[in-house]
Write a protein that binds this ligand. Sequence first.
Ligand SMILES: NC(=O)C1=CN([C@@H]2O[C@H](COP(=O)(O)OP(=O)(O)OC[C@H]3O[C@@H](n4cnc5c(N)ncnc54)[C@H](OP(=O)(O)O)[C@@H]3O)[C@@H](O)[C@H]2O)[C@@H](O)CC1
Ligand SMILES: Nc1ncnc2c1ncn2[C@@H]1O[C@H](COP(=O)(O)OP(=O)(O)O)[C@@H](O)[C@H]1O
Ligand SMILES: [K+]
Length: 484
Amino acid sequence: MGNFQLPAIGVLVGPGHNGGDALVVARELHFQGFPVFVYCPFSKLKELTGCHAEYLRSLNIPFFDTIEPLKNCDLFIDGLFGFGLEREINAPVSTAIDEINQLNKPVFSIDIPSGIHTDTGEVLGTAIRATHTFCLGLWKLAFLQDRALEYVGTSELIDFDIPLADIVAILGDFPAVQRITKASAIQSLPLPRSPIAHKYTNGHLLIIAGSARYNGAAILSALGARASGVGMLSIAVPESMKPMLSNQLPEALVIGCPETSNGAIKDLPVGIDLGIYDAIACGPGLTLEAAIAVESVLECDRPLVIDADGLNILAQLGTVPILSERSALTVITPHPGEFKRLFPELADKMGDRIAVTQQAAQLTGAVVLLKGARVCICSVDEGDSLRDSYASRTITYLNPESTPALARGGSGDVLTGLLGGLIASALAKPSKRIGRKSPPKSVVETAVWWHARAGIMAAKERTELGVDAFTLTQYLIPALREFY
Ligand SMILES: NC(=O)C1=CN([C@@H]2O[C@H](COP(=O)(O)OP(=O)(O)OC[C@H]3O[C@@H](n4cnc5c(N)ncnc54)[C@H](OP(=O)(O)O)[C@@H]3O)[C@@H](O)[C@H]2O)[C@@H](O)CC1
Ligand SMILES: Nc1ncnc2c1ncn2[C@@H]1O[C@H](COP(=O)(O)OP(=O)(O)O)[C@@H](O)[C@H]1O
Ligand SMILES: [K+]
């Protein structure tokens, strides 16, 4: 026999059923021969948890009420608190959590890292920084809240067959919050194309973007739109940028606009007919000098994607009154900074990204796409008869998988173009409609999922440092090849 030693395991046990789960894990590891050490500083345990504790003590598994004796353990199981935690954790438990975090050893959390609020993802005083979290039964919202992600580590769902009838009884047939799945995202791709398609049946998108200061934004949006397969792509840019755009995108119709002395779009060209476009994506790189053009876009009856400076100008014009006036589809795609400018009344509640996105959708009737690590998309439920008041039910989609490789300038511009192209293609006018078309709102989820897949694939091949925005555009089509 070699000198083989099983790792020692520290198990952190709380007073509720999360602690009960941890005790069951501790017992099974003990039966498999692992040395197990329990930290449980609580004198009062819930009944079932208390029974498990009693059984472990009868097996002579050691219990401690300080962390000190567990410090040499090789890894930890965290069962201090699960979804029952609603108030701040105080000393001595908070101090124990900080000490565990400082050990820098692998920690496996049960259900949710202890200290994280199960819905809002808020850190209640302090929280375990898990290496891996096993979420039990149904995904908790905290796994989709940006502020919890550094604590969750990698994560997986342990499905223990909660009966579907029970889930439906509580959440309904179509829960108001959904994770974007590969299956649903693929469904809304404009594939396969009709064999008798022609360019106009595949939609005509107008991108309005760019300035002398930010000319790359127009190119990146256009390359995003190119990957969407949109039938026709027009790009309105300041007149002096026309040659550069034509050079980069020979297939596009480039429209030169009158420009300010700083090289921003002063206005749209006289006589331009916005009515010919199936969708308009407006905003990347415009600067605030393009206010007149953005105002005319917001007043037109075309489906819109508004991003970046389009949003900053919208905020100045008055987000809620302007968007509430619109009857065509409007998708706004703010990052958190832009979101605060659009909705200053929600600025101090941004920690709960899901709640503020829902409130923004209710205030405006727009589809609100809040960017970040876990993009949140929210719209008012069209099936709801109270829609006019916007006080009705919202439907929320969250993208569960992405990569921080996308956290660099320009990746949002790519998304704007991709999204615009997919919407134009889904909304190609009814007289031209051929083949399968998707509901326009569902392509918003598809665009977000596709953009993230491209980032993930690029990061895998090139590391997280190798995904500049132009490179990202080059991975959009390869990311789909896995599926087509
Ligand atoms: N269907 C189910 O129920 C299933 C449940 N499952 C498991 O149970 C977990 C939920 O169990 P739970 O409801 O007992 O809550 P839990 O998170 O253990 O904590 C509550 C305890 O903590 C205490 N406490 C709270 N805050 C505190 C603080 N700041 N500082 C100190 N104490 C504090 C609170 O005390 P009290 O507020 O009552 O005084 C109470 O005693 C869930 O995450 C999953 O692991 C799964 O196995 C599958 C099915
Ligand atoms: N940590 C992250 N993980 C995953 N995606 C991210 C992360 N940070 C940013 N992103 C994504 O990158 C894009 C950044 O967009 P944005 O902030 O508008 O940048 P830009 O305006 O420079 O193009 C968004 O799609 C956002 O969701
Ligand atoms: K836990």
